[in-house]
Design a protein around this ligand. Sequence first.
Ligand SMILES: *[C@@H]1O[C@H](CO)[C@@H](O)[C@H](O)[C@H]1NC(C)=O
Ligand SMILES: *[C@@H]1O[C@H](CO)[C@@H](O)[C@H](O)[C@H]1NC(C)=O
Ligand SMILES: [Zn+2]
Length: 597
Amino acid sequence: MFSFGKMLNAVVLALACSTVNAIPWDATVKYSTHRTREISPALTVESYHPPTTYKTFGKGVDNAHAARVKRDGIEAASTAFVASELGVDESLVSFKSGYEGDSAHYGYMRQAHDNIPFVNAVANVAFKDDKVVSFGSSFVPTDNIAPSTPTIEIVSFISDIEAQLDGQFNDYSSLEYLAKEDGTVALVHVVQIRNEEANTWYEAMVDAHTGELVSITDFVAKASYTVIPLSKQDPTDGIETISNPALTAASPYGWHGTSSSNLSTDTSGNNVIAYKGSTSSTTKQSSTGQVFNYKYDTSVSPTSGKNVQAATVNAFYVMNSLHDISYLYGFTEAAYNFQSSNFGKGGAGNDRVLMSVQDSTYTNNADFATPPDGQSGQCRMFIWTYTNPRRDGDLENDIPVHEGTHGISNRLTGGGTGRCLQTTEAGGMGEGWSDAMAEWTEQTSSTVPDFTMGTWVTGSSAGIRTHPYSTSTRTNPLRYSSIKSLNEVHDIGEVWANTLHNVYAALVSEYGFAADYKTNASGDEGNKVYMHLFIDSLALQPCNPTLPTARDAWIQADENRYGGEHVCTVWKAFASRGLGVNAKSYTDDTTVPAECR
Ligand SMILES: *[C@@H]1O[C@H](CO)[C@@H](O)[C@H](O)[C@H]1NC(C)=O
Ligand SMILES: *[C@@H]1O[C@H](CO)[C@@H](O)[C@H](O)[C@H]1NC(C)=O
Ligand SMILES: [Zn+2]
């Protein structure tokens, strides 16, 4: 134990020999010491961080301990420095980490008591050329400290804490001290509680003598975007502000960068950079903390008011969402996805998607170029001229999802070369996968409605395809043999997308629907099974597949992942549109394998 008075004297001594720059803090304003978090309507937690004194010393001041750093190392030198500066025994200073940087040596310490380190009482020091150049500390008095042996174990409170924080304990825990605002020091179990689906990840500090939740660390950076939610199609379905949509499993540092110290404040990040005109014309956050609150106004032209910003934010949101969701189902770094940094997880990096919004090259369309893994995909979104005011494809979610899925199908087929959907038939199926993905992202229940692409941008309920995708052969009569008289890729794509619509409907009808499918890829429900087979079959199928070989890859994918559990459901759906066992050369066959009859 040591007294506060002694410590204050020591700090004052340090101040006296200093020259410069104390960072001011004002004890009456709590921003520098407190953080209040509303975890749920029923739970608000205020966490406390003791005030920090901090001094910098310009060219540095001579110090005996600083002079030891080369000989004894940063741990010995900084521990001794902090102990002597605060006038405490070295056993009360727990060295956490340190390193030799380009321009200084850095040491990071924590207060300790009975060899148990503190969560929130820390110190840091920097040495340069045998001098001390900065020193910060938030060490606290320990006159009123709890006993260092817990009287409550983790098992006795963990389910209660999991319920309060709506997540699961992930087995990371430690025993630490926590300085409280009233001057007492609590002994706490620090446990991590995570909910991957809701993208929350907390450290909970639970009093090891009372079981009370006393403080929280929130590992997740919040961001918010005013957009058309991915499960909706276009602005007529409603614009909303969505908080923190990035999935940690797919985008460990969110959508704005590659590490917690490399985060942008604009529509650029590890997966996507969205811009108008040139990559330096991104959209900046509307307020600090990665808030992108620009509302699209459909009554004026795409380039008026805040519409450019709103469109850029929506495009950024949709492409990042597609990155994260497809990642959950297997389009990862090793499977040749699009990311600047691959975090050492395989594949080639430096290839985030370049998303050109309101691209002026063309109108009434959109496109996506997929070079090999390691080179950025380029998406261009054009303005549509059928209505007045004109409409922006960036705002109709099925269009950017369709485009982004070209990147997925071209990368997964044939091992990331971008060369394996080049025949007319394979290119046509590429269009089909893209429509099918757009449709899948908009499903909200076990009811499978007909789906029409591009209704808003065209101002026409018929949209941009010849028929809605449907389980009704009256609404959509397309089948395998229809291809005989078709030679344009989007037309061929309609046959494939309509077939996949029927595969989807059959799987959902038989195996049900999980509403969390965009944040959780595990589960037996039909809509999850469908996307696993979708992604797996792309990786399995041959270069330049045909409809029959792609169908075979779906069946094989089910063998691989589910031991063939859904094979008959899938066969029957393919056969219902002419892609039965003996389908060949655009001649229909409705036969299913004997075991499925
Ligand atoms: C920072 O992140 C961006 C992506 O947001 C990436 O392109 C860039 O290389 C990163 N910079 C560093 C120094 O890692
Ligand atoms: C994911 O979904 C499955 C089944 O739908 C469920 O059992 C599992 O608990 C979910 N995982 C999470 C993290 O919610
Ligand atoms: Zn397309």
